[in-house]
Every structure is written in structure tokens, then in C-alpha cells.
Design a protein around this ligand. Structure first.
Ligand code: KDO
Length: 335
């Protein structure tokens, strides 16, 4: 039989144990949670860059952040991330110019084919005054703040069955998968194809089964998502030097101390640099890889595509909301 003394001791020990288990989550709670969502597949540079982000923060602010990386669109569907961020359900993502253009119409200038010339031009534009002005509008209108600019790559047309493609007329009738928004569909149609919306995660099966005739993406994404396994041809249209912006929700940003903001921003820069360097390097090697995989890699009349796509955008409602002189300023930005 326990004595009253030993009972008291046990009770005290029990209380201490309970307190210590209570104390554990309290320590964990002091970490700032940063949830990340992206449709990127694990083997893609713009998925791996989030580990660089996480590691950089762990180094600069040990124990201060709980960075949670969610790939494959598992947490939020492609394109729904900005809404989730504005609602406080997500802290970070890499947002496309297309998703921004839905709420900041003038940003559609960067959804236009053949607008940005190359990765160096892209960095100059977004890291200079044009980027600063537009990112401020993004922060005001979307409640998210862009922190760094990632080169997603130069988009190329990738076809299920090989055919001769020299000009936009040769894509007539091709069901070209594009991500699901009117800005993306406009680009696909401007290429001469019949654009059809589909989420990134469904493209492989769509190509395999033939519900679509092709898709467009930068070569590193064609490799990482293995689209080359279910397609016969890549047409080097180079129609869009595509970007993604690492962005944080303003809700989250405002909870950070100035020192933490600086560290999060530096981590986002490091992630973008990692992505950009690796993507640019890999992009230059992939034509050979795809040829070895048995694909036809063909060069169309890029000037014919450029002329036609640019004319289509200039005549569109999109161009009507581009601030006066913006296209000229983009063109005049030298890398
Ligand atoms: C795509 O769906 O084709 C696209 O390339 C669009 C980009 O904006 C981006 O969402 C990307 O997919 C994903 O990150 C997957 O690579």
C-alpha cells in the first residue's frame, strides 16, 4: 500500500511530467510556421529551391522558423495559391505572371509571348525600377509581396505526334494544353493552336491517352515531369521567357521582425539563384538529352511566330491596360 508521503511524491512527479509535456508544444509554437505550396514536381529545380530556402533560414535564424514544403500541388491546386495566401491559409508560393495578371491587369504584359528576351533581361527588368513599381502594386492589390524572381525557363511546344511545324498555321487544330486561366489560353491560341485547359499534374496522362495533342513548357520541366516519355517532338518556338516570383503573404510578412524579414528575403534570393543557375545550365544541355530519348527536336520559323504572336497581343484587350510606355521601357532595358 502506498503511504500518503509516497502518494504525494508520485502526484508531484506526475504533475511535473504533465508540465514538461505541456512545455514541449509551447516551445514548438514559438516557431513561425511558413507553409509553402507549389505544383512543381520533386525533381524540378523550382521544387528543390525550397529546400535551399529552408536550409538558408535554418542557418541564418536557427530554430525560428518551421518551413513546410508541399510539392505536386498537394496542399493547394495550381493557381489557387494567391487566394489561399490572402486568406491566411498559406504563407509562401512561387506565383506566375499569369496568376498576378488576374488581379493586376497591367502585369499581363509579362504573359505576352516574345516580350522578355532572355533570362538576363528578365532579371534586369524585375530587379530594376519596372519590377519595383509593379511589385508594389502587387503587394497593394494582392496582399502578397514578391521577394525574388525565378527563371522558370523558355517555353517550347511539345507534341504527342511529330509533324512539320514552321509557322503558327501549322499548329492549326492542335489541342494544346495550357494551364487553366484565360491569360494562358490566350497565349496558346496566339501560337495558332486550339488551347485547352488542364492542371499541370494531369498533363502526363493527357499526353499518354491522347486527350491532348501537346503541351508547352520549358525544357527542364519537360524533363522533370517526364513528358518526353509520352511525346515525339519538341518545337523550339521559344515563345515565352517565363518567370515565377517567390512571394510571401503580407499577413505573414507583417508578423516578422525587421531582422526576420531580411533573413526571409535573403533566403528567397538564395533559392532563386540556385534555381536560375541550375535551370539555365540544364536548359542548354537538354536538346541532346531529348534527341537521345528519341524525340525530334525541330526549329520552326521563330520570326513568323514572333510577328504573329506580338501582333495578336498588340491588338488585344490586354495591351489596352498596359501603362503607356511600359513595353518601350521593357525593350530598352539592357542586360
Ligand atoms: C504549367 O502548368 O505549365 C506551369 O509551367 C505553369 C507555371 O506557372 C507553374 O505553375 C508550373 O507549371 C508549375 O510550377 C509546375 O512546373
Amino acid at each position: 500500500m502506498p503511504t500518503s508521503r509516497s502518494l504525494k511524491r508520485r502526484t508531484l512527479l506526475g504533475a511535473a511530467a504533465a508540465l514538461s509535456t505541456l512545455a514541449l508544444p509551447a516551445v514548438a509554437q514559438t516557431k513561425t510556421v511558413l507553409r509553402i505550396s507549389t505544383p512543381a514536381v520533386p525533381d524540378d529545380w523550382h521544387a528543390k529551391m525550397w529546400t535551399v530556402f529552408k536550409d538558408a533560414l535554418e542557418k541564418s535564424a536557427p530554430g525560428e522558423f518551421d518551413v513546410q514544403i508541399n510539392l505536386n500541388g498537394a496542399l493547394f491546386k495550381q493557381g489557387t495559391e494567391p487566394t489561399a495566401m490572402a486568406r491566411g491559409n498559406l504563407e509562401l508560393t512561387s506565383v506566375s505572371a499569369f496568376d498576378i495578371a488576374k488581379l493586376v491587369p497591367e502585369f499581363s504584359v509579362f504573359t505576352a509571348g516574345y516580350m522578355v528576351r532572355d533570362p538576363a533581361h528578365q532579371q534586369k527588368v524585375f530587379n530594376g525600377p519596372i519590377g519595383a513599381e509593379l511589385f508594389k502594386t502587387v503587394a497593394d492589390k494582392m496582399d502578397i509581396t514578391p521577394l525574388s524572381t525565378c527563371y522558370l525557363g523558355t517555353r517550347q511546344v511539345n507534341l504527342r505526334e511529330a509533324r512539320t511545324v514552321k509557322t503558327p498555321a501549322d499548329l492549326k487544330g492542335i489541342k494544346l494544353r495550357m494551364p487553366g486561366s484565360k491569360e494562358w489560353l490566350f497565349l496558346g491560341n496566339a501560337l495558332g493552336a486550339t488551347a485547352t485547359p488542364l492542371a499541370f499534374g494531369e498533363v502526363y496522362l493527357g499526353l499518354k491517352t491522347g486527350t491532348i495533342d501537346g503541351q508547352d513548357n520549358p525544357l527542364p520541366s519537360v524533363r522533370a515531369a517526364k513528358f518526353y516519355e509520352v511525346t515525339q517532338q519538341i518545337v523550339l518556338t521559344s515563345h515565352l521567357v517565363d518567370s515565377l516570383f517567390i512571394a510571401i503573404s503580407n499577413r505573414s510578412l507583417h508578423t516578422l521582425t525587421p531582422a526576420q524579414r531580411q533573413k526571409v528575403s535573403a533566403a528567397a534570393q538564395a533559392a532563386a539563384v540556385y534555381n536560375n543557375e541550375n535551370r539555365i545550365k540544364e536548359e542548354s544541355q537538354l536538346v541532346d538529352f531529348f534527341k537521345k530519348e528519341g524525340l525530334k527536336v525541330t526549329v520552326p520559323d521563330v520570326e513568323a511566330f514572333r510577328k504573329s504572336v506580338q501582333a495578336t497581343y498588340q491588338a488585344s484587350d490586354y495591351a489596352k491596360v498596359w501603362p503607356k510606355g511600359l513595353v518601350e521601357r521593357i525593350n530598352a532595358t539592357r542586360s
